[in-house]
Design a protein around this ligand. Structure first.
Ligand SMILES: [Zn+2]
Ligand SMILES: [Zn+2]
Length: 293
């Protein structure tokens, strides 16, 4: 039973979330909730997100990848603080970007008339190109690493630290990827689908579930690949930069796969304060902080 769960968890959760979201696309007109008109895609996306969180909470208990990652690391308030701040600021940045005249008057393109899944595939490929390079520069350029180190400073991976990014880091990823997504000319439904898939794959990459993804890891950023990306050993960690797909990693020579049973310690070599507000501040005083602590 456990080996079946290990194999089925990742594809089942991704496909079932997309299935729940599809009800939002099929529903005509707005939904009425507590007297308010709400977009059906938003309602069904939130339902699908609750669905995946519920499953992961159970699977992290019954099928953990590492039992020691179940122990409290004292980082839950900081993890949630970063997640909430990001949610607000990233949405603000996306709204500003989409409001730019260049993107607001997008012409209906040939791609926008294609089936939704084809459009989403094109959108994912384009957005991933920006995400790949933003992420790679965040590791290879010391000035950006100070911000990205907040994400990598965790000593365990689980669903709660999925959104643990310094807000500068997460907004840079948006600025590097959303323009690529928008110039494809795909429809708004396809943009919503790409954003939803990014959210589903994102929460799955950090889950502490003993997933077995097999060949899926040759195409998608699975938990099995992302755990290597968090390795303290740079020759292992400076790989697997893709957020959803690993095509660009494959093309640019940063694809790294080994059985996760061999993975050692995860985290960073530098110091990171434990409190949220200090984590927000530390990239700006990085060198001094590293010398003093
Ligand atoms: Zn990284
Ligand atoms: Zn991560």
């Amino acid at each position: 039973m456990k080996s079946f769960l290990s194999l089925a968890a990742w594809p089942f959760l991704l496909v079932s979330c997309c299935f729940i979201l599809s009800f939002g696309f099929r529903h005509e007109g707005d939904l009425e909730l507590f007297g308010l008109a709400v977009k059906p895609e938003l309602v069904f996306f939130n339902l699908s997100y609750l669905w995946i969180i519920g499953w992961l909470l159970v699977l992290e208990r019954v099928l953990p990848y590492r039992k020691d990652w179940q122990r409290n690391d004292g980082q839950i308030p900081a993890d949630l603080g970063h997640t909430l701040l990001n949610k607000g600021l990233v949405q603000f940045t996306i709204v500003q970007l989409m409001g730019l005249p260049f993107f607001q008057h997008r012409e209906a393109t040939w791609l926008a008339g294609q089936p939704l899944l084809w459009q989403a595939a094109a959108g994912l490929l384009a957005a991933e190109f920006g995400l790949y390079w933003a992420h790679r520069f965040s590791h290879e350029w010391p000035l950006l690493w100070r911000f990205h180190a907040v994400h990598h400073s965790v000593r365990r991976l689980w669903l709660v630290n999925t959104g643990r990014f310094h807000f500068v880091d997460s907004n840079l990823s948006v600025l590097a990827s959303v323009p690529f997504l928008l110039v494809t000319g795909i429809s708004m439904d396809a943009i919503i689908l790409v954003s939803a898939i990014t959210a589903y794959i994102g929460i799955l990459t950090h889950c502490n579930v003993d997933t077995r993804c097999g060949v899926l890891s040759w195409f998608f950023n699975t938990p099995n690949l992302h755990r290597w990306h968090h390795s303290t050993r740079l020759e292992e960690g400076n790989n697997n930069y893709g957020q959803n797909l690993v095509l660009w990693d494959q093309l640019f020579g940063t694809f790294f796969i080994k059985p996760v049973a061999l993975l050692g310690e995860i985290g960073i070599r530098e110091k990171m304060p434990s409190r949220w507000l200090r984590q927000l501040w530390v990239p700006f005083v990085w060198k001094r902080y590293q010398q003093e602590s």
